[in-house]
Design a protein around this ligand. Structure first.
Ligand SMILES: Nc1nc2c(ncn2[C@@H]2O[C@H](COP(=O)(O)OP(=O)(O)OP(=O)(O)O)[C@@H](O)[C@H]2O)c(=O)[nH]1
Ligand SMILES: [Mg+2]
Length: 324
């Protein structure tokens, strides 16, 4: 692992220098603030973009069922290129997918699902694998669906007879607290509000006897704004756990990639995609996951809490990507 310390007068300048020095895959491992100067310790792992941390599901090589099956390599290549074109997936994504696909040319018929599962980390069993030792902390741009998703996760866990403790740090958005409170009222769950509960909630996760899942909602951030970068930076200092990015699937690929990179700096490892029902183009979601190796934990296709979250596999993703 390569490490370096960068000092600059502001967060955005420090982050820009980190990107310049270590590239887009760098992650921040420590931060200090002294006399108005920000010092970031950044690191890059040798295989940063391709080191999944949860169990990912790769489609077995011989799985060639479903509609994405082609009789010869040219047809399969054309199908992948058409998908990349339709969903605005960039050159790098398409090139890597095709490279992976070429490993399957020895079998016939040829499926395009396995190669997608090899370049995107799908984690359909994310929630089953998560334990109360790990808080679920949702971060993301304004309006991406964090609060609805926190409520959905709470509802799913409660339906499995698990216990939850829910905290919102969003004391900024008008109506933010009452929005989550009203979702939780129907589940008869209390809501903790404000930063003063954060340390205690995190301590709870460290207690081996703890059987409550700690769910934390955060305010929507605009990472182009210095104060929002600063919020994430201070939050990251206090929270020594991986974060989950909530991203709307209808975000354009360039912006989605940029957002993912910004959060990836701050120990964001997983991705939940919302608004699957509001788009026919999924390039933003896939670009964001691919760029930073973010693991796709779940997706949502409805704003209704009762409709829950769904697990995503390469097979299901291909169904969304193919022309209807
Ligand atoms: N169509 C659709 N709408 C969704 C979905 N998930 C959330 N929404 C809607 O998206 C809007 C924003 O959702 P919120 O959960 O409030 O988003 P947020 O990220 O908490 O927003 P901020 O706290 O303002 O940053 C609301 O109108 C939700 O009902 C989804 O999967 N599909
Ligand atoms: Mg919210």
């Amino acid at each position: 692992m390569q490490q370096t310390k960068i000092t600059a007068p502001s967060m955005s300048q420090a982050l820009a220098k980190v990107k310049e020095t270590l590239g887009q895959d760098a992650i921040i491992v420590a931060t200090e603030e002294h006399q108005g100067q920000i010092t970031l310790t950044a690191a890059i792992e040798d295989n940063a973009s391709s080191s999944p941390r949860l169990k990912t599901i790769e489609t077995p090589r011989r799985t060639v069922t479903g509609s994405a099956v082609y009789t010869n390599p040219l047809e399969a290549i054309k199908a992948v290129c058409d998908i990349c074109d339709e969903h605005q997936l960039g050159y790098n994504f398409c090139e890597q997918w095709l490279k992976e696909l070429s490993n399957d040319f020895i079998v016939s018929p040829i499926g395009i699902t396995r190669s997608l599962s090899a370049i995107i980390p799908f984690c359909p069993y994310w929630l089953d694998e998560t334990s109360p030792k790990q808080p679920i902390i949702l971060v993301g741009p304004q309006g991406s669906g964090k609060t609805v998703t926190i409520a959905k996760i709470a509802a799913i866990l409660l339906s499995q007879k698990r216990k939850v403790k829910i905290l919102t740090l969003d004391t900024i958005k008008a109506g933010g607290i009452s929005q989550l409170q009203s979702y939780l009222d129907s589940m008869k769950q209390p809501l903790l509000v404000g930063k003063q509960h954060l340390a205690e909630a995190l301590r709870r996760c460290e207690d081996p006897r703890n059987d409550e899942f700690v769910l934390i909602d955060t305010p929507g951030l605009n990472m182009l704004k210095e104060e929002d970068q600063s919020f994430l930076y201070h939050f990251f200092q206090e929270v020594n756990y991986p974060l989950t990015l909530v991203l709307a699937a209808d975000m354009n690929p360039v912006d989605a990639e940029e957002v993912a990179r910004n959060y990836y700096f701050f120990n964001t490892q997983t991705l939940i995609a919302t608004r699957f029902d509001a788009t026919k183009h999924y390039g933003g979601l896939l670009s964001a996951a691919h760029t930073c190796g973010l693991q796709i934990a779940a997706y949502s296709d409805s704003p209704a809490i009762g409709d829950g979250l769904h697990s995503l596999t390469a097979e299901k993703m291909i169904e969304y990507l193919l022309p209807k």
